[in-house]
Design a protein around this ligand. Structure first.
Ligand SMILES: N#Cc1ccccc1Cn1ccc2ccc(-c3cc(N)[nH]n3)cc21
Length: 236
């Protein structure tokens, strides 16, 4: 998978060279390229923002640098695919990102993330981008960040770990929160007693059927308590 990131703060993404995603890049599984949007400006001050038409507080990101940058990145979609890129703009006004979104996007060949700042990006950029690929405005949740970088980091991590070969043991991906629609069961490791707290006996029983049943019950109980909205109709 090829991932391009456009941002006026490219160093935000230095952390993606660490751990699993860093190894995936070294192994050639993931081709991650972070670019400074200001590279597509032409004035001395490398200007990317201007005042909003219609008035209002703050500044809006100018369309010209975005148009030039997206033209260049979208036209460099890996030759191995017929697909056009999927162009993702983090936005408080977007669809909410879920594990299902991550799974869907992990199947794409080329993702382009456009990180806005200020009060957002000129709306015509989203309209223009639709001529280059599939455009998705995606929210991380119902709260406002200062820009798209943190949301993009989270999405790249959630998507990247689902790409075959990135996580060593793919079985560990199955028993996670939200993979089967429920919250994950509690985990324990040695010692069996810690500060007078014991590990549930069932986990020490060696009875795998009983352990699986207990874990499913724990998932349902936790989901009922913390996220009833996730419960399937037959379990509410
Ligand atoms: N837009 C906007 C905006 C509007 C009002 C005030 C501040 C901003 C900041 N901002 C600029 C770019 C941008 C991108 C994504 C988010 C974002 C995503 C989630 N889930 N929350 N916030 C915010 C972003």
């Amino acid at each position: 998978m090829r991932i391009d990131v456009l941002s006026i703060f490219p160093s935000y993404f230095d952390g993606l060279t660490l751990s699993l995603l860093g190894k995936a890049q070294s192994a050639g599984i993931l081709d991650l390229r972070v670019r400074d949007l200001r590279d597509w400006t032409s004035d001395r001050h490398r200007t990317v923002d201007d005042t909003p038409y219609g008035g209002g507080a703050g500044m809006v990101m100018k369309p010209e640098p975005w148009g030039l940058a997206l033209d260049e990145l979208a036209s460099s979609t890996p030759s191995s695919t017929e697909q056009r890129p999927t162009i993702i703009f983090p936005s408080p006004a977007g669809e909410v990102f879920t594990q299902a979104t991550a799974r869907d996007l992990s199947t794409r060949e080329h993702l382009v993330f456009g990180c806005g700042r200020y009060e957002g990006i000129d709306e015509r950029v989203f309209e223009y981008a639709a001529s280059l690929g599939e455009v998705r405005l995606i929210s991380l949740g119902d709260y406002v960040l200062n820009g798209g970088e943190v949301a993009t980091m989270a999405m790249i991590e959630a998507i990247g770990r689902l790409i075959p070969g990135v996580v060593g043991n793919p079985e560990s991906l199955v028993e996670e929160s939200h993979e089967d629609g429920l919250l994950e069961y509690p985990s324990y490791t040695k010692p069996s007693v810690w500060r007078e707290r014991s590990v549930p006996d069932v986990l020490l029983s060696g009875n795998h059927a009983l352990i699986a049943s207990w874990r499913r019950d724990q998932q349902l109980e936790r989901t009922r308590r913390r996220r009833p909205d996730l419960l399937p109709d037959d379990e509410s």
